[in-house]
Each structure stands twice: as structure tokens, then as C-alpha cells.
Design a protein around this ligand. Sequence first.
Ligand SMILES: Cc1ncc(COP(=O)(O)O)c(C=O)c1O
Length: 453
Amino acid sequence: MSSTLHQLDQRHVIHPYTNLVAHRDAGPMVLSRGEGVYVFDDQDNRFIEGMAGLWCASLGYSEQRLADAAAAQFAALPFSHMFAHRATPPAIELSAALAGIAPDGLNRVFTVNSGSEAVDAAIKMVWFYNNALNRPKKKKFLARNRAYHGVTVAAGSLTGLPYVHSGFDLPNGAMVTHLTTPHHYRYAEPGESEEAFTDRLVAELRETIEREGADTIAAFIAEPVMGAGGVLIPPTGYFEKMQAVLRENDILCISDEVINGFGRTGEMFGCTRFGYQPDIMTCAKQLSSAYIPIGAVVAADHVYNALEEYSGALGMFGTGNTYGGHPVASAVALETLKIYEERDIVGMVRAREPHFLAHLANLAEHPLVGQARGVGLIGAVELVADKTTREQYPVAQKVAAQVAAACVQHGLILRPTPGDAVAVCPPLIITDAELDALFGALGAALDDVAATL
Ligand SMILES: Cc1ncc(COP(=O)(O)O)c(C=O)c1O
């Protein structure tokens, strides 16, 4: 149901993540307003936004307090920058609030405008850090296949999805090695237990470090639950064991919390839910409930201290963006964090999680679903042609995309992911009744597509 807004001329838009040829003559789906967990298109058709937009609109679409926080800051001081030791009250308060909820030891905040910029800034900090420590060779990154860390030149290199690299000449080979995706259902050997699978991935990490040299590897970057790669939940013990090897080899751990952060997994940050302690976190999206662009890097004291000292030697920590710490964005993010605290967002997600997981478990019985997985309020169904062998339909058949398109016919927006899965990541304010409606629509869409295969 894509709508055509005849009064708007959309030929001047370069659409991101779009087959520009296939969609050249078709109007995009145009959304014009939102209310709670619902969005409405330009024909006033209502949809449950089952992806919270792009895994981000945690508080839904009509949180007046965020609009008011923006309006008040626009009136007081619509812009000021952070360069050369300037700041604004909301930027300072936001940094303190973020440090206050971050895991112990992560106390230093650098604000940017997006998730990709947060990852890029983290990469630069890691390089600067190793230069500060006089380890000029220790510069490479370890990431995972199917990881999503953004699209800018450096962050895009860390992303482990072919479609982000295809056609773009990203300098990935020189700066990153991608490890095996920690997704037991798809990548375990036949009969391999979760624990044995974890041990194999940890052995791969060890072998990679031995092969490339610990003195060349600066950091490991990981999403706690891999989001855009298909909502992939790590096997038992994975992060704990990986972290032990990283520490032995003096390799920093970056937790990319751009999707996981701020309650999504039922903890404030995914690293806490999965039991590891990063040296750096990258955040964006739910940091402002996506009402305004903002991202942040949260660094541990020991990382920051090296940056501070080295900036003295060089004369500057020479990086920053015009809009980093933008006062209006900071005010909106600060208000978002206040709302999370007042409403106990983590408790809300934990309270909703059993109902969410029960619906997923129910869908696991569907003939088209090989695995239904979830944690907190993020999940996915992975589609298969054969539930026993786990064989999938040919990629070209785009079955997950067909299911997502069928969802739209049932008033639901979801997202197909690589690996023929359909992701579910609703606003965190969703109610049990709205979850019932969401999963009812997804079940109906699965039935529709199954009937055509
Ligand atoms: C884990 C993760 N990191 C980074 C990014 C990039 O964020 P942005 O799209 O704001 O640049 C994303 C976006 O989906 C993400 O999921």
C-alpha cells in the first residue's frame, strides 16, 4: 500500500537503502503523523509501527514532553557549539545523566549526531588512545559478520553486511577482520551445543589474535544483540568468554548500544544484560527516543585519561562536529532520560517481555517459521522452507520482504532483515493489547505468504 502524494514532487529525493531503479516511478510510502505506537500515511491509513521506526522511537509518536523540551531550548538558545571548551547547560547535564546510567567506570561522554558518527568517533578515540600509549601498530578492529555499525567510511567498514560495502570501496580490508556471527540456530555445526558453539567462536578469536598479532589489534566492537543483521542473540557465555580473551590481549571492547541501549533488552544497556563490561559504548536512536538526531560515545576513565594526556602533548584533541552537543538535541535527550527514569523504562520492558516472548513462541509453530527469538522487546522470526533441515527459500524470492509487505496490508510496519528474518522492535511504551494486535497482524501476514509459496 504505497501512497502517491501527487501534490509533492519526489523526483528530487535520493532515497537511502532503496533500489533506485525499481522505485523510480513509484511513490514512496509517505507517513504524515503519529500517535502512541501508531503512524498514519497521507491517506490516513493507520499502522502499528512495529519497528519503532528504525529501532528507535522508544516513547512512541506523541510524547509532548519532548516537544516542549525542544521548544523551550529553541526559545532559550537554539544553537551553541562545544568547540574550544564551550558548553551549554543541557549538553553538560546530558553528559552527567548519561554517565550516571552507564555501567561503572564509563564516565566520559562525547556527543555527536548519529550512530554512525558515534562509531566513527569511537574508532578515532581508539586510534588516538593507542598513539597516546605509543603503540602505533595496534590499530585494527575485530567485528562480526552480519554486524551493523553504520555507513560512514570507517563505521561502514566495521559493518559486516555485504550490501553496505557493495559498490562503495570502503577501506575495510585494511582496518577490520570480521569474525563468525554468534547465531547458534544458523551457524552451529549439526549437533553442536550452544556451549560448544561459543567455545568454537572463542577459539576463532584466539586464533585470529595469534595470526594477526595482539600488537596490531586495537579493539573488538559488538552489538549485544545484533539488530539490523537479523536480531541475533548471542549464545550462552559468549561475551563473558570473549571478554576474557580480549583482556588477556589488551584489546579494548566497544559495545555498540545504538539499538540495544536504553532499555531495549530489559536492562538499561545490552552489555549489562549479556554480562560484559565495555571500555567504550556507542549510543544514538533511543537516546532521544529518535525525536531529534543525537548520538554519543561513552568512554571509560582509563581511555579518557590517555586521550586527555595526549591532547596536552599534541596541543589538541582535534575532533568534533558543529552540531555535537547541540543544545536542542541535548535538551530533548536529557528529557528522554528523565522520562526513562520516572517511568522506570527497564521495569516496563521487563514487565512486557513475557507477553512478547509468549507471542514469539507461538509464532515458532507457524510452518514458515524456523526460529522465533527475542529478548526484552526486540525479536525476529527467521523464515524457512523446511523446519527440519532449516533450509531457506532462495534469496531472490525475498520471502521476508514479502511478509513485511503483507504486514502492511494488515496495518503493521515491520522490517525484513538479512537471513530471511522479519524483525519486531516496537516502541517500548507498547501495551499488551497492542502487542496482541501486532502479533495478530504478523500471524495473518505469515499465513498470506505461506499460502502463495
Ligand atoms: C548498532 C548500530 N550501530 C550504528 C548504527 C548507525 O546509526 P545511524 O543510522 O544513526 O548512523 C546503527 C543503525 O541502525 C546500528 O543499529
